[in-house]
Design a binder for this molecule. Structure first.
Ligand SMILES: *[C@@H]1O[C@H](CO)[C@@H](O)[C@H](O)[C@H]1NC(C)=O
Ligand SMILES: *[C@@H]1O[C@H](CO)[C@@H](O)[C@H](O)[C@H]1NC(C)=O
Ligand SMILES: *[C@@H]1O[C@H](CO)[C@@H](O)[C@H](O)[C@H]1NC(C)=O
Length: 186
């Protein structure tokens, strides 16, 4: 019976099998995350001011290229000081696909030195943004932006990783460039 099947069925099932294995098996990584990229820039404001700008999620859409908007996941209790840490819905525009919503988690415990946020998207990304006083000018800040992924399937690690790096690299570069040019208006 099997011998009467057209040959492409065999190739197809072999392909599906390999795809399934690659998708299912996870590669152990240190810290459960894989480095994607790091980018640096210098912004013409002091550290606390820059920190305030990059943690102002209401304004992400103004400087992060594919962000449409950020929504509160749960309402913040009014009266208390504005609390940034927590979970949000990040709406991004993906080429050919359209708007998608992912969960955004923000941690600001190392204020104002480090800002960490993770996005529960196809990339399972963790962004770590470090701020340092610029040694030449007290009114400017060096920013270093590093992106990791928590995806560990072999499919992702062997096939998708290079494209993910390329894609994310463009976005972070554009974000930093827009920040540099627009920081006065943010
Ligand atoms: C990696 O993830 C596993 C389970 O998901 C967990 O048990 C382990 O503690 C994590 N390791 C690190 C370094 O976070
Ligand atoms: C940082 O810059 C902001 C805006 O220019 C200013 O209001 C603030 O006083 C500065 N803080 C320090 C510590 O220099
Ligand atoms: C830094 O900015 C303050 C005002 O925000 C200004 O008085 C001071 O001269 C500036 N210092 C330098 C080195 O640019």
């Amino acid at each position: 019976m099997a011998s009467t099947l057209p040959p492409y069925i065999k190739y197809l099932s072999a392909f599906v099998l390999i795809f399934g294995i690659l998708y299912k098996y996870e590669i152990p990584t240190t810290d459960n995350k894989t480095f994607l990229l790091t980018k640096k820039s210098t912004l013409q404001y002091n550290k606390s001011h820059v920190y305030q700008i990059i943690t102002n999620i209401d304004r992400y859409a103004l400087w992060y290229p594919n962000v449409v908007r950020v929504e509160q996941s749960k309402p913040i209790s009014s009266g208390s000081k504005k609390q940034v840490d927590g979970k949000y819905q990040l709406i991004t525009k993906i080429p050919l696909i359209g708007d998608i919503s992912s969960e955004l988690t923000i941690h600001t415990k190392d204020r104002p030195k480090r800002f960490v946020y993770s996005v529960d998207s196809w990339l399972l990304e963790v962004n770590s943004i470090e701020l340092k006083d610029n040694s030449n000018n007290i009114n400017s800040t060096d920013i270093q932006w590093t992106v990791y992924t928590k995806r560990r399937s072999m499919l992702f690690q062997y096939l998708i990783l290079p494209f993910a790096k390329f894609y994310k690299n463009q976005l972070v570069r554009e974000a930093l460039f827009t920040l540099m040019l627009q920081i006065r208006n943010l």
